[in-house]
Design a protein around this ligand. Structure first.
Ligand code: BTN
Length: 326
């Protein structure tokens, strides 16, 4: 843990808000002069830190910027997701960066955020708009012990965690549209892109790319998406603190990923079903050149959607573009 992470973590958990300088310096193993220098540096990054000669340091406010030390301080102890966090001001796609980390053999759990992406990508080859400082654009490296056929479980696990984090931090009621969209009142607020590196029978790595439209306004979306997309700010009528939401999402992802690893996918699938808008609906799913039409009945044990077609046949669908039919 870096000194800055330790300082921010101590300030966030300090009794009555103040961390006495002598105690803090001793805990960090640095002199008070060195501590003062780090606090100055944090102030230049936008942290509003009060210094009282008698009471010590107090964190009054944090900037709405993503900062790896701050995110790590907010995370505290985690099992896997978020034990290593990196933040870029700009990148092509956070999933490109994580792809390179995966090839270099980096341990699972690393999370890469970018304040903006120049080549953000969505599912089915679509472009993902990622304006600077307005959303959460991040990718997580996972190495789940599931078969390649069961990787949809990871997407379901992530969608459930994402919806739960938004529900717990806001008054909103996010719904999940199979397999990976998070909607509020029918409009998309977040999406997940799961990319897989696998051999025939073994998953080498999964790159979970997550985009959350936090503080975007209508003008930030391309014209063709304005009817279909929304942001937390547009729904809540106020700016939403991104770092707090980011930490909340990573905590829920870590919790759900541990459940998946413990063989508890059924528990996750039950929560997913409670918030899913796709189940019990007539759907039309485009899978490449094919169109599957029928009633979405349930998930199978691998996380695939089971669709009952008009001929009574049960189709197993692991990906595609879903349209809900009346
Ligand atoms: C979708 O709904 O189509 C998935 C969107 C995923 C967007 C995120 S933003 C962070 C990560 N990097 C990317 O290029 N894409 C994902």
């Amino acid at each position: 843990m870096s000194i800055d992470t330790k300082i921010l973590s101590a300030l966030r958990t300090a009794d009555e808000g103040f961390a006495p300088a002598v105690e803090l310096a001793a805990r960090l193993g640095v002199t008070r002069t060195a501590l003062r220098a780090r606090v100055e540096e944090l102030r230049t990054l936008g942290y509003d830190i009060e210094a009282s000669p008698l009471r010590g340091y107090r964190l009054r406010a944090a900037p709405d910027k993503l900062h790896a030390d701050d995110l790590l301080a907010r995370m505290g102890k985690v099992k896997v997701v978020g034990r290593d966090i990196r933040v870029f001001e700009e990148t092509t796609s956070t999933s490109d960066v994580v792809g390179r980390l995966a090839q270099d053999g980096v341990k699972e759990g690393v999370v890469v955020f970018a304040e903006s992406q120049t080549k953000g990508r969505g599912r089915l080859g679509r472009k993902w708009t990622s304006p600077a400082h307005k959303g959460l654009w991040f990718s997580v490296l996972l190495r789940p012990k599931v078969s390649p056929q069961a990787v949809t479980q990871v997407t379901i696990t992530a969608a459930t965690a994402l919806a739960r984090a938004i529900r717990e931090q806001t008054d909103l009621k996010p719904e999940i549209k199979w397999p990976n969209d998070i909607l509020i009142k029918g409009k998309k607020v977040a999406g997940i892109l799961t990319e897989l590196h696998a051999e025939l029978d073994r998953v080498r790595s999964v790159i979970l790319g997550i985009g959350v439209d936090v503080n975007l306004t209508t003008a930030d979306f391309p014209a063709e998406l304005r009817r279909l997309a929304t942001s937390l700010k547009m729904e809540m009528g106020k700016e939403w603190p991104r770092a707090e939401l980011a930490a909340g999402i990573l905590h829920e992802l870590d919790r759900n990923y541990a459940r998946l690893g413990a063989g508890e996918f059924e528990v996750i699938a039950d929560e997913w079903a409670d918030h899913c808008t796709t189940l019990d609906c007539n759907v039309s799913i485009r899978v490449g050149p094919r169109k599957i039409e029928g009633r979405a009945e349930s998930l199978d044990a691998d996380g695939a959607l089971l669709v009952r077609t008009e001929h009574g046949h049960l189709e197993r669908v692991i990906g595609g573009d879903v349209t809900l039919e009346k």
